[in-house]
Design a protein around this ligand. Structure first.
Ligand SMILES: CC(C)(COP(=O)(O)OP(=O)(O)OC[C@H]1O[C@@H](n2cnc3c(N)ncnc32)[C@H](O)[C@@H]1OP(=O)(O)O)[C@@H](O)C(=O)NCCC(=O)NCCS
Length: 172
């Protein structure tokens, strides 16, 4: 699905991507072993990114947005809610801050808060799940910070759940 407005935070905004956002910089995030270590995709092309953006935007069970700095419109990452199930009122979130120089500066946390706030208030969902590889320390920190609770342990991955009530209690 697409949204026609920007979601504005303090330092960032989120918006639907277009094929024009499939830049060499975005491609370099996915192809960089330091960035993609915990991602499923390890290599891509501009054409594949264009197709990916279009597919996500056309999927009614997915919300995929780019993360941009307010001060200069720099694209620094993406956030995606996929496998949205409107009957079960659930979806699964993934986050990428693609520019390493922006890690550890709170942009991921600001993105989670802004995006999840929109999702719970506008899509009528109650549960968000998210998996992270056990070694991905940053991913565990950031999830716990906004209220995710450990739900299931698999061989390599920890699966978290966030319910609407906990999210608004912790982030009010
Ligand atoms: C994981 C990721 C999203 C974190 O985003 P970020 O913007 O760096 O996170 P924040 O700056 O908002 O930090 C949130 C908290 O996690 C901590 N944290 C972040 N990365 C960390 C790391 N590598 N090791 C230890 N702590 C870390 C921060 O110190 C902060 O804790 P605090 O508020 O108690 O100080 C980012 O590193 C990333 O996109 N990595 C590549 C893709 C990826 O692995 N995505 C996760 C899929 S689940």
């Amino acid at each position: 699905m697409i949204i026609n407005k920007k979601l504005e935070g303090d330092r960032i905004y989120l918006r639907t991507l277009t094929e024009q956002d499939a830049t060499e910089k975005y491609r370099s995030w996915i192809n960089n072993p330091e960035i993609n270590i915990f991602l499923e995709t390890k290599k891509t092309s501009i054409k594949e990114l264009e197709n990916y953006i279009t597919t996500q935007n056309n999927d009614p069970n997915c919300l995929f947005l780019g993360i941009f700095l307010k001060e200069n419109d720099t694209h620094i990452g993406n956030v995606r809610l996929s496998s949205i199930d409107f009957n079960k009122k659930s979806g699964s979130i993934g986050l990428l801050i693609g520019e390493k120089e922006y890690w550890g500066k709170g942009y991921g946390t600001e993105t989670y808060k802004l995006f999840i706030n929109y999702v719970f208030n506008n899509l009528n969902l109650k549960i968000i799940t998210s998996g992270a590889y056990k070694e991905n320390i940053g991913a565990h920190h950031i999830k716990k910070k906004v209220g995710f609770k450990l739900y299931k342990e698999e061989e390599d991955v920890l699966v978290y759940r966030l319910n609407k009530k906990d999210f608004f209690f912790i982030n009010q």
